[in-house]
Design a protein around this ligand. Structure first.
Ligand SMILES: Cc1ncc(C[n+]2csc(CCOP(=O)(O)OP(=O)(O)O)c2C)c(N)n1
Ligand SMILES: [Mg+2]
Length: 545
């Protein structure tokens, strides 16, 4: 096969770069290998920055976070064999977090692909359970396959699509030299058609009309459909409190009088009590992938989502399937009843929730909730916050007050540790107009800390607050509950200030609220990354378990 320069518009590498650029992609996160350098060159030539992470798994987290922050599909790149096996965790994360990501891996040249063994693994079989689709990008069908990959990644429910490209394919001419023709890539079409599939008898809204104590549970499909304004209108008109899922934080403003808390985060029992005491739950784009607790409430549910209720985690006699914002607007347009809840009742519920997450807080110590509250206080409007996974996430998910969609990036589908730091870097690179802060545990930080060298090299001044408790606390608490000693869950303290210095970052250690306030003052104006080692007392978490 004739080989073209990587930049030649008809090369397969250039076709992929061209489609990605047209889709709004400006960063590819990856780790180099011989099998992908032609694509890296084509991307560079097309004006797409190739950001090299420290390893492939974190590159995939970066791609996921970029998509979360911008709404544009994220792209990650890895080489064959050890590169593609290393990216697996991040691909699974994007799929279970329902975030559109295109994961591209190189492969040995096609003439050896079927028999050679050195560094060769079968990508289709490996990615099948963790990606929505795994395809091979061949020059002869390049345009169609790229369109299919992008369209599948963003289609409801979104997730990761994996593309394998053999080393000889990149520089081969793609048959279709026609201009790039992107398929629709809106996360969900803004259609106002309402599809009511009545699985039960009669009017699907009869239950909602009859309900006296309904509660809305808004999830990630509501966020993808930008249904915030419709949620606010329905909540206000019908007087219905709104609980949100962790990854949907910001879809409903958390300073709103009808805001009723975040599901399954700190103080979770109070939120579940609200749902148990309701006479109807309107599940608006709620995806059960976010459930940490089992669904135990017997309250009737009205399912409203972009997809039918195929999970069946809760039963729903009726399903409203379509664009979440349009469906909520359709309900609001026909609402005739009196408001169901008064604002003071919802305020009393929020006060109970606040008391629950404050439980166990000790005066005079640096408590986990103090760290979240102090960071929130220091964060200027527009700040993007990321979290990692562990006890600190459970606290941050409830305590951080979110006011806008796509401002809180929490992994809560796969819930993979090591997400917070790379996510913050990607958020800053793709949204350079926004201050970015990461709230991470010391265990998760250790998994991805060296990515901060890239942040300093690229001039991405993220701030990382490490909840330094010397413990994999979330697991240690479970051991405690079972009466086990803390086997393999204690970590010797790492000197994060020294580590910061070694990576051209600023570093500071704090053990009090005033110390943390001082460390975070003016963080949005910083020009270098900052690592704050926050020596927290983890005892407050015990009350949350
Ligand atoms: C990659 C990965 N490995 C293991 C786990 C299981 N796990 C969940 S929370 C947790 C502890 C996290 O410790 P740390 O980062 O220090 O946060 P903390 O709980 O102390 O706030 C572990 C090990 C996971 N979620 N992801
Ligand atoms: Mg910890």
């Amino acid at each position: 096969m004739a080989q073209l320069p990587a930049s030649a518009p008809q090369s397969t590498a250039a076709r992929l770069a061209g489609y990605l650029h047209a889709a709004g992609v400006r960063h590819v996160f990856g780790y180099p290998g011989e099998s992908v350098i032609d694509f890296m060159e084509a991307a560079r030539h097309r004006g797409i920055e190739v950001v090299s992470a420290v390893r492939e798994g974190t590159a995939a987290f970066m791609a996921e976070a970029a998509a979360m922050a911008t709404g544009v599909p994220g792209v990650c790149l890895s080489t064959l064999g050890p590169g593609s096996t290393a990216v697996l965790n991040g691909v699974a994360s994007a799929t279970l977090d329902r975030v559109p990501v295109l994961a591209v891996s190189g492969q040995i040249e096609s003439s050896r692909e079927q028999f050679f063994t050195h560094q060769v693994v079968d990508h289709d079989r490996m990615f099948a359970p963790v990606a929505k689709l795994a395809l091979r990008l061949d020059p002869a069908s390049a345009d169609t396959v790229i369109r299919k990959a992008l369209r599948t990644a963003v289609a409801e429910r979104p997730g990761a699509v994996h593309l394998t490209v053999t080393a000889d394919a990149w520089l081969a001419a793609a048959a279709d030299g026609a201009p790039v023709r992107l398929p629709p890539l809106a996360a969900a079409a803004g259609s106002v058609d309402v599809h009511v599939s009545a699985g039960g008898d009669g009017d699907p809204l009869a239950g909602l009309r009859a309900a006296r104590r309904p509660v809305i549970l808004a999830g990630i499909a509501a966020l993808r459909c930008a249904a915030g304004p419709e949620l606010v209108r329905l909540a206000e008109l019908a007087g219905i409190p709104v609980v949100v899922s962790p990854m949907a934080k910001g879809v409903f403003p958390e300073d709103h009088p009808y805001f009723a808390g975040v599901l399954d985060m700190a103080g979770h029992r109070v939120v579940w009590d609200l749902l148990a005491g309701a006479d109807l739950i309107l599940a608006a784009g709620f995806d059960p992938v976010e459930l940490i607790s089992p669904w135990k409430v017997a309250t009737p549910v009205l399912h409203l989502d972009t997809t039918p209720n195929t999970d069946q985690v809760y039963a729903s006699a009726h399903e409203l399937v379509g664009h979440v914002a349009a469906l909520l607007g359709w309900i609001t347009a026909q609402w005739r009843g009196e408001p169901r809840w008064g604002e003071p009742e919802v305020a009393r519920h929020r006060a109970r929730l606040r008391a629950a997450w404050l439980a166990g807080r000790a005066e005079g110590r640096l408590n986990p909730s103090d760290v979240v509250a102090t960071a929130r206080e220091a964060a200027p409007p527009g700040t993007i916050v990321t979290t990692d996974v562990g006890s600190h996430k459970i606290m941050a998910g409830q305590v951080w007050q979110a006011l806008a969609p796509r401002s809180v990036l929490i992994p809560n589908g796969l819930s993979a540790m090591g997400f917070g730091v790379p996510a913050a870097i990607a958020a800053r690179l793709t949204r350079p107009d926004r201050p970015v802060i990461a709230l991470v545990g010391d265990g998760g930080f250790a998994m991805a800390a060296t990515e901060l060298r890239i942040a300093s090299a690229l001039g991405a001044p993220v701030t990382v607050v490490v909840f330094a408790d010397g413990s994999l606390n979330r697991i240690e608490l479970r051991q405690q509950l079972m009466g086990y000693p803390p086997t393999a869950t204690r970590m010797a303290g790492m000197d994060l200030v020294a580590l910061a210095g070694a990576m051209d970052c600023d570093g500071v250690r704090v053990d009090s609220v005033p110390g943390l306030e001082k460390a975070l003052a003016g963080f949005a104006a910083r020009t270098r990354p900052l690592i704050v080692e926050a020596r927290v007392d983890p005892s407050q978490y015990e009350a949350q378990f």
